[in-house]
Design a protein around this ligand. Structure first.
Ligand SMILES: Nc1ncnc2c1ncn2[C@@H]1O[C@H](COP(=O)(O)OP(=O)(O)OP(=O)(O)O)[C@@H](O)[C@H]1O
Length: 567
């Protein structure tokens, strides 16, 4: 594609040179000379400028209004959704020419008198907004919802998520449609002649009305339109390259000095060595020793989706520095419980505190808990790192950019300082040389290790792992579990949803077995895993054992072994 565009540019440039030389030497055939003389005439160029002005202003206004309409269409509130739908339905369903005539002739009856140019800009803007809204909505819908979930888990507000995560990814789907719209708009400005806007087509008709040279004058107008629309096509090409992570990645490959520094063993935060940075991540090392102090407390937690009860009264306390493994059959509500802890879902009943505080709720006397207005800030303040089953890395950002995104844009940390921290984290998870790789160029195990580093970059006080290895090939499971194991050794408080029995036996302080929204059994791993009391736990563990027997592959070591976090 790039080669074709380059060749098209070369051919166009050569043709322009040939015409210019031919013009000077009088080699150009007389009819072509005449067409070219109209192309360069001030009268037509002035009309072209008017067309461009209308198109540019209407496109800017239309995109802004279209973005607003697209967001309204995606709103959870029916009246807002309905208003936007009605607007789009009406504007798309009526001819632009009628809308322009209405604005020009009918508005003065209501005391609003606009000149023809302003009327054209307003008319085209209102029209463009309806079409842009649907293109933008399509782009937003094309971005996986898991991206928003990951952003929310880091305390990113809805606006920040839209600006930093959703729109940059949606742009690739939006740009072709928008370029089409812009080109249609430039050509369509000729409709403005019905309200006497003196644009290019109108001026061509005026000339033809005097000299009857249809072919020559309209050919000149056509050439001018072609030049204007070609500029849009070129802008589209460069913007698409800009928003293409693959192409952008090539240009970002210039970062490697940082990587080289790490590989030479000199990277890291200046003045910090060994595991000092890990201490800094987690605050006072004294806080990390497991104690009796409750850190996460769930009391009578209940949650339903529609009529379906998912959690039916969970009581659970996780102590500071404790590693709790949640197990249970699919649908028992484990992931829902994790999402409730950091308020990615709202509680129906009961309460959850993290370090003695509600995450995004306030207590209303006699009415239980009510979500506060700024839940995103509450999530950020809680500093809960979350790792998802499907990694949910931001697809348009490199590994390093994924890690620094929340620290820089949510917590306002300095970019350079965070880049140094990110490089240290990548080294800790054994991915030093992958800092500039986009997620799609990493294996599942590598993506999950980046996701863990990303969660650690916010200096979490609690880590939630939602089946971190169940989407991985068996040989990649070991490299992720090795990283989690080292975090446990470093004293991180963690709730891990997993079916990895061997890992739970080695790492968990406590195993909790859930079924049908209730805690069925809990205790030290050697009790729950080796001598389960409940029939449901016994049956589940037998099934997991059978599944493990089928997977004969041993736990693999990471390609680049993670460094120890140490105590
Ligand atoms: N947003 C949602 N809307 C409706 N139902 C949901 C939603 N999220 C989860 N559920 C349902 O809630 C139930 C519990 O889901 P959850 O993901 O918590 O279970 P789980 O124990 O983690 O299962 P798995 O191990 O398969 O992930 C499932 O039946 C699921 O279909």
């Amino acid at each position: 594609m790039q080669a074709y565009t380059t060749w098209a540019g070369v051919v166009a440039f050569a043709a322009a040179i040939a015409v210019a030389l031919g013009w000077r030497a009088n080699w150009v055939p007389a009819p072509l000379m005449e067409v070219l003389s109209y192309v360069s005439s001030g009268f037509l160029l002035d009309g072209a400028l008017t067309a461009l002005e209308i198109a540019a202003l209407a496109m800017i206004g239309g995109i802004l209004l279209g973005l607003l309409l697209a967001l309204m269409r995606l709103s959870s509130m029916a009246p807002i959704r309905g208003t936007a739908w009605l607007y789009i339905w009406f504007i798309r369903g009526t001819p632009l020419i009628l809308q322009l005539v209405f604005l020009y002739d009918a508005l003065p009856l209501f005391g609003i008198k606009l000149d023809s140019f302003t009327t054209a800009v307003v008319g085209f803007t209102l029209n463009e907004a309806a079409f842009s809204a649907e293109i933008i909505r399509g782009g937003i819908l094309s971005v996986d919802r898991k991206q928003s979930l990951a952003a929310a888990s880091f305390g990113m507000s809805a606006f920040l998520t839209l600006r930093r995560i959703i729109l940059p990814q949606a742009m690739r789907a939006i740009l072709p449609g928008m370029a089409n719209q812009t080109i249609s708009m430039i050509k369509g400005t000729s409709i403005a002649s019905v309200i006497f806007v003196n644009e290019l087509t109108f001026r061509s008709q005026q000339i033809v009305g005097q000299n009857f040279k249809f072919f020559t004058v309209f050919a000149a107008a056509g050439i001018i339109y072609l030049i204007m629309t070609s500029v849009v096509a070129m802008a589209q090409f460069y913007l698409e390259r800009h928003y293409n992570p693959e192409a952008a990645g090539k240009s970002r490959a210039g970062v490697p000095p940082a990587i080289a520094a790490v590989d030479n063993g000199v990277a890291g935060i200046p003045g910090e060595s060994g595991t000092a940075w890990m201490d800094r991540l987690q605050g006072d090392p004294a806080d990390r020793s497991p104690g009796d102090e409750p850190f996460v407390v769930c009391r009578n937690v209940q949650k339903s989706y529609g009529d379906k009860e998912i959690l039916r009264g969970i009581d659970l306390t996780v102590r500071r520095g404790e590693v709790v493994v949640l197990m249970g059959p699919s649908g028992s509500g484990k992931s829902t419980l994790l999402r409730l802890v950091n308020h990615l879902e709202t509680l129906d009943w009961g309460e959850i505190t993290v370090d003695g505080k509600y995450v995004g709720y306030k207590k209303v006397i006699g009415d239980g808990l009510k979500p506060i207005r700024n839940v995103a800030k509450a999530r950020a303040d809680a500093r809960i790192g979350m790792v998802f089953q499907h990694f949910n890395l931001f697809d348009h950002l490199t590994a390093l950019e994924n890690i620094i995104e929340a620290p820089v844009h949510v917590y306002g940390e300095e970019t350079e300082k965070m880049r140094a921290l990110a490089r240290n984290l990548l080294r800790a998870v054994g991915l030093t040389s992958h800092a500039d790789h986009f997620p799609h160029r990493l294996s599942g195990g590598q993506q999950q290790r980046v996701a863990i580093a990303r969660a650690l970059a916010i200096s979490p006080r609690l880590m939630l792992f939602d089946e971190p290895t169940s989407a991985l090939d068996p040989e990649l499971v070991g490299e992720v579990l090795a990283v989690i194991r080292r975090l446990a050794e470093a004293g991180m408080t963690m709730i891990v949803v997993t079916h990895e029995v061997r890992f739970a036996r080695e790492v968990a302080d406590r195993v909790i077995f859930m079924d049908e929204g209730l805690i069925v059994e809990q205790g030290p791993p050697e009790v729950v895993l080796d001598h389960p009391k409940h029939e449901r736990t016994q049956r589940f563990l037998r099934m997991v054992e059978q599944a493990d027997d089928l997977m004969t592959a041993p736990l693999a070591q990471p390609a680049e072994a993670p460094r120890s976090f140490g105590k």
